[in-house]
Design a protein. Structure first.
Length: 614
């Protein structure tokens, strides 16, 4: 039987990929069920490790893992933790972006797919932690494209795990809590299953908490022992650090099975020609004490998600543990204590995400259309813009966060909010986009910004700017801003300003991912410095208070002109009185060269003009 005969030929095969921090795997639908596509040795998981060997050839997986100690300067693990960062990673003679390195891992998986399904163009659904940011999602999509996949969809890992579970329990109506603790990230989602519809109710997490952190805590513990004994910190030596990290992960995993583990490393590093080793033992209790604060953080997230969904502990029917780190027995204990029930153990925590991604792929391609399964997801965090906030009636403070899409809104979603200009004759506005749950943008995560120009001059508050957020099924955000009154609206999407990598840059990355090479490339991204355009109209930065006196006088003069014009236009005695009052306050402050008083007078003048509708 040929490879192709395994697949129902009437459907377009789309594969599902779990691009993990520690391991990656790929699955697809065969005979109506999701299956992992194994590597050449039958392995279902491929270590997410990349080595650029001394011949500058790319090696991925188990062989690369072995090089983490032997050639630390040529190999990299856990690159997922750097996804979305504008960083260059040196491996051997060349520099790579995190998405290029992830692209190499995905290319390795594509090899397995080609072997099983035959050569040719492949489509893929790739999973990401639910709590991944916009940049991290885009970087993942790009990595898939660099590996030659047409990326059909980016889906959230806990949602994928719920799909793998839901697919096996189509007739059950229940509330499912997915606790997903992998190598680098933690997510928790609550999913309602009803009549074959899987509705993600809420999702939260921490995209920087996972098994890697547990390993590094153990490395620190080992290092302290060596400092005590030899007065030398092994973490300063790149190879010694790699040795301890490898041992830490081994010990951690053994502690999931036994109460105490012996460490016997004869050579961690050399000092003056002599080997320095580490001989100790680690108990389960010692390890748990190290990681307990992090585990507690995951439990706090569970409390938060229950509060968000207004569900009681007893309303959760099943708890699904996903991700390699969820094997730690202490986690089972914490879950058992919290929910008074055992988590489900019928889903393989390492495979659930890839299998669920394959189910999503099957729903998309049509091969599972008859299953009747439908899934909806949510935006795990609020997204919005920086605005000027009115405090104590007249005082304006920039840098407040206004959510346009609140967290846990079902996606896809489009929301529009209208904002007024805050300064007289304001012709531009900086749209600063953030995600997070805090009142002030400085405490949230900055996504991007762009300048909307061409607002007609006029009194403050007279001009409206419409800001539209579109959050698509891939969890990728598009922001549009337009000036309402001009008619000839100017529209800028955040995607345009984010998508800085030209076709040419993409091609360069593609060559790096596809072939072994030695080209040196120190970042091909062209920085667009939008702050270059910053002018008076932008009120969204906190540094604005530091305007110099000259600017203040200019602003005061322009306001005076508008007040004088208003005086001519109004017949109301009260309005005339108010306008004369602010005009004389401005004059007095200028005469006294008192910039604090002038600042105040300007604010009052603005208020009066807004109040009187001028
Ligand atoms: P994942 O990203 O889901 O592949 O999870 C990988 C993480 O799970 C790594 O940090 C592993 O060290 C960790 N892991 C795998 N198996 C175990 C285990 N038996 N006990 C503790 N951690 C584990």
């Amino acid at each position: 039987m040929s490879k192709q005969e395994n697949i129902d030929s009437s459907f377009r095969p789309i594969v599902g990929i779990d691009l993990g921090t520690t391991n990656s795997s790929v699955a697809f639908i065969q005979s109506g069920k999701p299956h992992i596509i194994p590597g050449p040795k039958g392995e279902k998981l491929t270590p997410s490790v990349v080595l650029i060997d001394p011949n500058e050839k790319v090696v991925v997986g188990e062989d690369a893992q072995a090089a983490l100690i032997a050639m630390p300067e040529r190999s990299i693990a856990a690159v997922k933790r750097q996804m979305g960062e504008q960083t260059s990673i040196k491996l051997g003679a060349s520099f790579y972006s995190p998405e290029e390195i992830s692209g190499m891992i995905l290319e390795k998986l594509r090899g397995y797919v080609d072997k099983q399904l035959g050569e040719g163009e492949k489509e893929a659904v790739i999973t990401v932690p639910a709590y991944f940011t916009d940049e991290q999602r885009r970087a993942t999509k790009k990595a898939g494209e660099l590996a030659g996949f047409a990326v059909e969809r980016i889906i959230n890992e806990p949602t994928a795990a719920a799909l793998a579970f839901g697919f096996q329990h189509l007739d059950e109506d229940r509330h499912l809590l997915v606790y997903d603790l992998g190598g680098g990230t933690f997510d928790v989602s609550i999913v309602e299953m009803m009549d074959g519809i899987l509705e993600v109710k809420a999702s939260t997490g921490n995209n920087r908490l996972g098994g890697e952190d547990f390993d590094w805590l153990l490395v620190d513990w080992f290092a302290e022992k060596m400092i005590e004994q030899f007065a030398i910190d092994p973490r300063t030596d790149v190879r010694a650090k790699a040795v301890l990290k490898e041992e830490a992960e081994k010990v951690k995993k053994q502690l999931s099975e036994q109460d105490v583990v012996e460490v016997a490393l004869p050579v961690v590093m050399m000092k003056e020609g002599k080997p320095l080793g580490l001989y100790t033992e680690v108990t389960k209790d010692q390890f748990v004490a190290l990681i307990e604060p992090l585990l507690q953080e995951t439990m706090d997230k569970i409390s938060q998600i229950l509060a968000d969904t207004k569900l009681h502990v007893e309303e959760i029917d099943d708890i699904l543990l996903v991700g390699g780190s969820s094997r730690i027995p202490r986690i089972h204990e914490l879950i058992q204590d919290y929910f008074h029930k055992q988590p489900r153990s019928d889903v393989n925590p390492d495979e659930a995400v890839a299998l669920g991604a394959a189910v999503q792929a099957g729903l998309k391609s049509g091969s599972l259309a008859k299953s009747g399964l439908i899934v909806t997801d949510v935006a795990p965090f609020s997204m919005g813009v920086a605005v000027v906030k009115e405090t104590w009636g007249t005082k304006f403070r920039p840098g407040a966060f206004k959510a346009i899409i609140p967290r846990n809104t079902t996606i896809p979603v489009t929301r529009t909010e209208t904002f007024g200009t805050v300064a007289p004759n304001q012709t531009e506005v900086m749209i600063e986009v953030y995600q997070g749950e805090n009142e002030w943008v400085k405490d949230n995560h900055f996504l991007n910004e762009f300048l909307l120009k061409g607002i007609p001059p006029g009194p403050a508050g007279n001009e409206a700017v419409e800001v539209t957020f579109r959050y698509n099924l891939n969890g990728i955000l598009e922001v549009t801003a337009k000036s309402v009154s001009t008619g000839e609206s100017m529209t800028v999407t955040i995607q345009d300003s984010l998508d800085r990598s030209s076709e040419e840059a993409f091609q360069t990355s593609l060559e790096k991912v596809e072939a072994s090479h030695s080209d040196r490339d120190e970042g091909d991204e062209e920085q667009i410095d939008l702050f270059d355009f910053l002018e008076e109209g932008d009120f969204d930065t906190e540094d604005e208070a530091e305007e110099d006196y000259g600017d203040l006088i200019e602003e005061a003069t322009s306001l005076k002109e508008r007040c004088e014009q208003a005086l001519v236009n109004t017949t109301s005695k009260t309005e005339q009185k108010q306008l004369r009052e602010v005009l004389s306050r401005i004059d007095d402050a200028i005469k006294a060269e008192d910039d604090a008083a002038l600042d105040k007078a300007i604010e009052q003048a603005m208020d009066v003009l807004i109040d009187l509708d001028f």
